[in-house]
Design a protein around this ligand. Structure first.
Ligand SMILES: [Zn+2]
Length: 503
């Protein structure tokens, strides 16, 4: 017994100790050396990696490059294998994220070659996408600026080359959702189609490229990495009350998002340490609410048009925003320290794409895409008012905390189905598989519903509900995003906010 226990403890420790990175040069990576890291990695790990660029280039014509890691068929979405992403350097002058993501890229390749159990497990069970810089043009500008007292200017290079702040440039979905949530049956997911999103005025090419990316790959979990403070930020980012610049704005997945944010902050060497010095830099707001190293976005300060909430409300992807340090552009020799502080957190966060449930929605062996997966807390039966949809291959992923739930699948043309489940998440364990075999609504249901008390059956075959949602959508969307005056006011307010906040 004792020996077995000792082996188990030794294994647990081995799994939790990130190994030392070899053959990686820390320091500032300009655009060409960033590309070199990706190309070298791809050469060393050709079977498990792939480099690709997004559909559009930056204002100055640079490619937005991504490296993907997965053990089986890079370049292909496989049903049952969740998609994860990290995006760094969206604000070009916030460079820590760019550097730690480049180190992570080298780390994943080295770990796979050396058969590190955590890395191998991640690659076997996940498709991981890493974009080290969403704003390479901004980086060039920021890098060209001289330091004063060790600091680069607070805002130079933050925006893209057309002075657009990319994290205020996404279609503003929060306000739409706040309207919907007051209505019975209002949309609570996928609230904007790709064409609607792309028709927003003044979209930067970088934003447009990312929007297309978000709709082309069924991402499940991601994080958007920033700098200028040290905290893990979770949805929503925009306050419900327009007059309030600071107001807690909980999403239906508030508990889950708090857990996700902590899964980063608690594994970071200092983020959740209550005794650490606050950043408190010029123009920065430091709030006592950073308990455990996390904050609700809108409680910190309200942001409209951010990437995080767009992911959550327009796609299936759950996204957080991580602030990796007080100094936005530290000296190159400090970057190894940032990697050491972040590496366990970066790894741990990726494992969270495997919590909850996943499965296939089928009917008589045919995959059913676009089915709605609804979840209720049990035994209370209270719904989590944020559904996810199955993808083209009929696969779905629903991140959930430990607990009892009822899962209900609704698809046009089929009888709804329900299951009662218990989620008990474990590290290095795939999400629990819960498959559904639906009966077409024009046939009599033959299978019983397992474990759940049957509830009133919805008949969606007439499409009435969708029709109502579409017309409602057009009405609301017209009011909120396309009104030119609103847009000008929004831009003006963003400018004020930018001068106050800056991360
Ligand atoms: Zn930022």
């Amino acid at each position: 017994m004792r020996l077995i226990a000792a082996i188990f403890i030794a294994l647990s420790i081995a799994c939790n100790l990130a190994f030392e990175l070899k053959d990686f040069t820390f320091g500032d990576h300009d655009y060409n050396s960033l590309l070199n890291v990706l190309n070298e990695t791809n050469k060393k790990c050709p079977d498990v990696s792939r480099i690709y660029s997004l559909d559009e280039k930056t204002v100055e014509g640079r490619d937005l490059v991504v490296i993907e890691f997965t053990a089986e068929k890079p370049g292909t979405h496989l049903a049952g294998k969740p998609e994860f992403k990290y995006v760094g350097n969206m604000h070009g002058n916030e460079v820590v994220s760019r550097e730690v993501l480049l180190a992570l890229i080298a780390y994943l390749c080295q770990g796979y070659r050396e058969q590190d159990p955590e890395v191998v497990w991640l690659m076997d069970n996940t498709r991981i996408h890493i974009m080290p810089s969403m704003n390479p043009d901004g980086w060039e500008l920021a890098n060209s600026r001289p330091r004063k007292n060790g600091q680069k200017p607070w805002l130079d290079g933050r925006a893209n080359a057309n002075e657009v702040d990319l994290n205020r440039n996404f279609p503003e979905v929060d306000k739409l959702e706040y309207k919907y949530e007051k209505l019975e049956g209002g949309l609570n997911n996928h609230i904007m189609s790709l064409s609607k999103a792309l028709s927003k005025m003044n979209l930067a090419p970088e934003t447009r490229a990312v929007i297309k990316w978000l709709y082309s790959i069924p991402f499940v979990l991601s994080s958007n990495l920033h700098g200028g403070d040290l905290v893990a930020n979770y949805p929503y980012d925009e306050s419900r009350d327009d007059r309030k610049t600071s107001q807690y704005s909980a999403s239906p997945d508030d508990g889950l998002f708090r857990y996700l944010a902590k899964s980063y902050s608690k594994h970071h060497l200092t983020m959740s340490d209550p005794s650490r010095k606050p950043c408190d830099m010029s123009g920065d707001l430091e709030l006592p609410e950073f308990k455990d190293g996390i904050t609700n976005g809108a409680k910190w300060y309200s942001v409209a048009g951010g990437m995080q909430d767009f992911n959550y409300l327009a796609t299936n992807c759950f996204e957080t925003t991580l602030e990796l340090g007080c100094n936005k552009f530290p000296y190159p020799e400090e970057e190894k320290n940032y990697w050491e502080e972040n590496k366990a957190a970066l790894l741990n966060y990726m494992f969270q794409v495997h919590i909850g449930i996943k499965g296939l929605i089928q009917s008589g062996g045919k995959r059913v895409g676009n089915a709605t997966i609804k979840v209720m807390n049990m035994p209370s039966g209270s719904p989590i008012k944020h559904d996810v949809l199955s993808g083209k291959q009929g696969d779905y992923y629903r991140l959930l905390l430990d607990g009892d739930y009822k899962v209900r699948v609704v698809a046009e043309g089929f009888h709804p189905e329900e299951r009662c489940i218990t989620v008990a998440n474990k590290q290095m364990q795939q999400a629990q598989v819960v498959n559904f075999d639906l009966t077409p609504s024009n046939k009599e249901r033959t299978k019983g519903q397992t474990g759940c008390i049957p509830t009133k059956q919805l008949d969606l075959s007439s499409g009435t509900e969708q029709f109502l949602q579409d017309s409602l959508y057009d009405k609301l969307y017209g009011d909120y995003v396309y009104n030119t005056k609103d847009y000008q006011l929004y831009n003006y307010l963003q400018r004020i906010l930018k001068s106050v906040t800056g991360n």
